[in-house]
Design a protein around this ligand. Structure first.
Ligand code: FMN
Length: 387
């Protein structure tokens, strides 16, 4: 058993165990990947203030996201094709999250279906919803989420169209993977992954195939996907989705203060400051750098969460110090899942929890809910002054 002390350790094992096509799918950003890189490197520009001789005993990282108790303010982000990173990946990740006491968010583009995840877990999870044209499909997706007792819907608003990721095109990414001489040669070196995939029947997009009109089999999926996303999405349409779902609602994919203010008017419970992990507009500001201006704009009108670039508990602490009430990890949990299945996701959560807990203590706090920007040294130009 390798000694895993940081998220980077899980990533190294993940890279060895999972076919290149799926590693590349996870570990890339759009076009030049500037935003993807800066999502992580911008966290390093914020410094933490160490305090000493302050009581550090009896600490707690317990908090709430949208009024729901969490053992730490870190949810698992919706990640499409998670079930291709490890067999039954969504179920495994959801189980790890529920045992740890943090929310799991299931992607619309998951391999395991909503019903599958609900049957194989015992606590409610959150359902991520893409904004598609087909009203029937959308209403049914919300209804299925309700039947599965999902405790929040997360509407992703930054993917009407898709940013280009060069490697996905070059690799011919698909689920199940397209069999080419190169992909077969590569998969033959990933024995554990292959054995896992052979033992599961879950290899297609479980929420779509058999549920969307005209998608009875995986072959018809790609033509459906290219037409299904609603390029003409606007805030009125998002208000229509709000009417389709009467539970807690989170709007994900906000990176501009003006959009944050718009999101306050749709009746959502929270927004997620996110640039989709650098997978959409390349050249956009990193999420952590966008956060201060958004906090200034919305004040306490709405709960603010953040994702994109979190690889450590220190990163979580910095986001919380800047005012986020919760955070999400995407790649950090996928590395764990691909490396070691459910145990790997648990390990990723443990690593982040320990880093956050100890760093919080070094900064002189015993309770994550009391952390504020006093623990940070923020460069004057961090939020940026733009022409
Ligand atoms: C491989 C991959 C697939 C993703 N799929 C989805 C998705 O289906 N729905 C969604 O809202 N966001 C999706 N995202 C974005 C994540 O929810 C999240 O915003 C992002 O991963 C956060 O950045 P991080 O990976 O640096 O933590 C995906 C991200 C990755 C890396």
């Amino acid at each position: 058993m390798p000694v895993i002390t940081e998220i980077e350790d899980l990533k190294r094992i993940y890279r060895r165990r999972v076919p290149k096509m799926f590693y590349d799918y996870c570990e890339s950003g759009s076009w030049t990947e500037q935003t993807f890189r800066e999502n992580t490197s911008d966290f390093d520009k914020l410094y933490l203030r160490q305090r000493v001789a302050i009581d550090m005993a009896d600490r707690t990282t317990k908090s709430q996201m949208i009024g729901q108790d969490v053992s730490m303010p870190v949810a698992l982000a919706p990640v499409g094709l998670t079930g291709m990173q490890h067999f039954d990946g969504e179920i495994k990740a959801a189980r790890a999250a529920e045992k740890f006491g943090v929310p799991f968010t299931l992607s619309t583009m998951s391999i395991c279906s909503i019903e599958d995840v609900a049957e194989n877990t015992s606590k409610p999870f959150w359902m991520q919803v893409y904004t598609l044209k087909d009203d029937d499909f959308m209403q049914r997706l919300f209804d299925r989420a309700k039947d599965a007792k999902c405790s929040a819907a997360v509407i992703t608003v930054d993917l009407q169209i898709m940013g280009q990721r060069h490697r996905d095109l070059k690799n011919g990414l698909s689920a199940p993977p397209k069999l080419t001489p190169q992909s077969i040669a590569n998969m033959m070196t990933k024995v554990q992954w292959g054995l896992g995939m052979l033992q599961t029947k879950r290899r297609f997009f479980g929420n779509i195939v058999g549920h969307a009109k005209g998608v009875a089999d995986p072959a018809s999926l790609s033509s459906w996907t290219s037409q299904a996303f609603d390029q003409s999405l606007n805030w009125d349409r998002i208000r229509e989705f709000r009417k389709m779902w009467d539970g807690p609602l989170i709007i994900k994919g906000i990176i501009d203060p003006r959009d944050a203010l718009e999101a306050c008017n749709v009746g959502a419970d929270a927004i997620v400051v996110s640039n989709h992990g650098g997978r959409q507009l390349d050249g956009a500001l990193s999420a952590i750098r966008a956060l201060p201006a958004i906090m200034d704009a919305v004040g306490d009108k709405i709960e603010v969460h953040l994702d994109s670039g979190i690889r450590s508990g220190q990163d979580v602490l910095k986001a919380i110090a800047l005012g986020a009430k919760g955070t999400y990890i995407g790649r950090a949990f996928v590395y764990g899942l691909g490396a070691m299945g459910e145990a790997g996701v648990t390990r990723a959560l443990e690593v982040i929890h320990k880093e956050m807990d100890l760093s919080m203590a070094f900064c002189g706090h015993r309770d994550i809910t009391t952390v504020n920007s006093d623990i940070l040294m923020i460069p004057k130009d961090f939020p940026g002054e733009w022409l």
